[in-house]
Design a protein around this ligand. Sequence first.
Ligand SMILES: [Zn+2]
Length: 176
Amino acid sequence: MPADNPFAPPTATTNASAGAGAFHVDGELLVIDVSGPPLPDRCVKCNAPSTVRHTRQVQWNPRWVPLTIIVCWPVYIGTMLATRKTAKIDVGLCAEHEQQRRTYQLIGGGLLVAGLVAMVGGMTVEELVVAMVGFVLLIGGAIAIRPSIVLRPVLIDGEVGRYKGASPEFLRSLEP
Ligand SMILES: [Zn+2]
């Protein structure tokens, strides 16, 4: 349905209907108002009609934040909370891509849990090899779970979020 106008007039952001068309394309990125206006009823991964909606809160931190874990856990958590920005998204997926997303989530989630258990367990009983296997599983899990993230924020500032992960077909459909 091409009824959604991705280029709402600037005044639209200041009145009650703010968000109705508050998204646009910037190169390979989707730029969406942080209020999470619903994107068109099409799969963001292939532009086919969508069968499920993903309405969720996403959070973003600057890329350097995970490095603070080198200092210690409390510093990492403190920095993460201090620099965290959140936004809402409301996007559609087709049945096929929803299935794919769930599969990646299951595999990635399983690896992450197994990795965490092995790493913490290995460190607790001072079995370095087990802990290292756990670490490798954690990395594998983090990689495997990535495709299950529908849209990945690359930057969220006060007004808008910028997201990677939409297909070129979907992005093209939003262009004027
Ligand atoms: Zn799809």
